[in-house]
Every structure is written in C-alpha cells, then in structure tokens.
Design a protein. Structure first.
Length: 214
C-alpha cells in the first residue's frame, strides 16, 4: 500500500508540474525560457575539441532536447532563440565562452539555428499528444531532434567551408552520432519519467485518456 501511495503522489506531482507550466503567465514562461537558455550556455562549456573538424563535442544537444520537453513548443523554441540572440549580441555563452555575430555566421552557426527548430518540434509533439509520451515514441522523437540539429549544422558548415558531401558528413555528423545517441536515450528516459500520461492542455488525443489519471 505504501508503494502504491508514493507512486500515486509521484504521478500527481508530474501532472501538476506540467499543468502549472501550461497555466503560467507570459512573464513567468519567459523567465523559464531564459533560464533554460542559460542552462544551454552552461553545458556548452562542456567542450571537447576534435582535431579534424571545427565542430567540438559539447553538452548542448542534451539541453536542447530537454528544453523542448520541459517548456513545450513556443517557449522551448523561444528559449533556444534567446540563446542564439543573446549569444549573437555578444554574451559569451556559446561553446568555448564565445559570443557575437561572427560565431553565428561561422562554421558551427547552423547547429544553433537547428537548436531552435529541434526544441520547437519536440515541444510541439510532446504537448500535442499523450500517446507519444511512452519511451520508444519519445526516443524516436529525440532522434528526430538530433537529426534536425545535424541537418542545419551540416548544411551551414558545407556552405561556409565549401565542403562536399563526404567531408561535410565526416566533420559535421559522423563523429557525434555515438554520444548523441546516448544523449537522446537519456533525455527520452527523463521525458518518460516526467511527462504526465494524461491530458493537461487539450491534447489532440485527450478523449482517449479521459479515464486515465495523471
């Protein structure tokens, strides 16, 4: 009985958290978006340069995926937009404590644009549907998010450096796949644990879950 009681409290707590987030005013949501942008800037400093590519290994992908889960579509995307805009304005919270427009227009700037689209996509789908909040659909969604980041990053790098397909993939995509798979699985697990398995904002499939609590 004690285990069942704690489990019920946990389920109620996660439902209440996301319902609270949904009901927040604009100012509070902007505050959360700025906070997650700062987290992205912080983990960007977990940086491992690679000698054969201008793109380092960083912790940003983890933060971007989680931002979409925690903030939903508009404010998840906005959070990463703030990360890009504030960094572009000169705040040194891009990888290696860099900032400024020159960084955004440099070889790795495409990834930051991809962060915005990836966070929006993840937030849109996790907010829109209860059925996607199971582990394997969430894992697939996180992989889609990683793919979006790769797409923007690789296309931009190829334009800036003038690289062909093979060199672009070897510099912008292939070296990062193993670790990003781990990040995607980790965020999928966190999202599965945190996201309520009942509708909290009028999801498109909410009628299917009317008899499900939390």
């Amino acid at each position: 009985m004690a285990v069942a009681s704690y489990l019920e409290r946990y389920r109620y707590a996660r439902y209440s958290l996301f319902h609270w987030r949904y009901e927040l005013g604009v100012a509070q949501k902007l505050g959360l978006a700025l906070g997650l942008a700062a987290v992205t800037g912080l983990v960007a400093q977990l940086r491992v340069p690679l000698p054969f590519t201008p793109v380092p290994i960083t912790g940003q992908v983890f933060a971007v995926l989680l931002t979409g889960v925690l903030l939903g579509r508009w404010y998840g995307g906005l959070s990463q937009g703030l990360y890009a805009a504030i960094g572009g304005a000169g705040v040194g919270w891009f990888a290696g404590w860099n900032g400024g427009l020159s960084y955004l227009t440099g070889a790795t700037g495409g990834y930051i644009l991809g962060f915005i689209v990836a966070a929006f996509t993840i937030g849109w789908l996790t907010d829109r549907s209860v059925s996607i909040r199971s582990f394997f659909p969430l894992l697939a969604l996180m992989l889609v998010g990683v793919g979006i980041i790769y797409l923007f990053g690789a296309v931009w790098l190829s334009i800036v450096l003038g690289t062909g397909l093979t060199k672009t993939l070897s510099q912008a995509v292939f070296p990062f796949i193993p670790l990003d798979l781990v990040k995607a699985a980790a965020v999928a697990g966190i999202a599965y644990a945190l996201l309520p398995k009942a509708a909290f904002n009028g999801e498109v499939d909410s009628l299917r879950y009317l008899d499900r609590r939390y």
